[in-house]
Design a protein around this ligand. Sequence first.
Ligand code: NI
Length: 185
Amino acid sequence: MSVLAIRVLGDPVLREETRPLAEVTDDTRRLIDDMFETMYAANGIGLAAPQVGRIERVCVVDVDGAAYALVNPEVVRTTGPKAKAEEGCLSIPDVYGDVERPSCVTVQALDRDGAPFEVTAEGLLARCFQHEIDHLHGKLFLDHLSFLKRRAALARWEEEKDQYPGYIRILKPGGSGSEHPEEEL
Ligand code: NI
């Protein structure tokens, strides 16, 4: 397994629509394993393929030990009241914003072996699923912010982005995650 470089805001791959997979192959499994490794190295709780420069429709999530590899995931149902909470993103380090999303979500996907499954989640896991599936359609949490909050977040990013020449974030060995108390997705 390998820790992959993370693409940060400004890399056009983050705005691309991903390609659904006709089947789960050994290549897909290698990508999934590398994505888990990368996510853990970054102390993240979710990671989507475009964040490592790939356009397969694949993401991984691990919220409090509930780990999922999702291939071709789709939100099939949202229920419950909307909930607002602060989100960050491994592709926009040190930038955070409050995002309102449905509090409960049902997702269908293929697992690492290509078997279909359905999962219903609430709380942080539901939020993480929605954030990652957004990534698979070229959407970032910034897009959910109000005009003013988005402008503030982008101004914050202006101060950070020079640390990532070529829009590449190289993770330091042994974990280099954010010291921010909120988790990044
Ligand atoms: Ni993200």
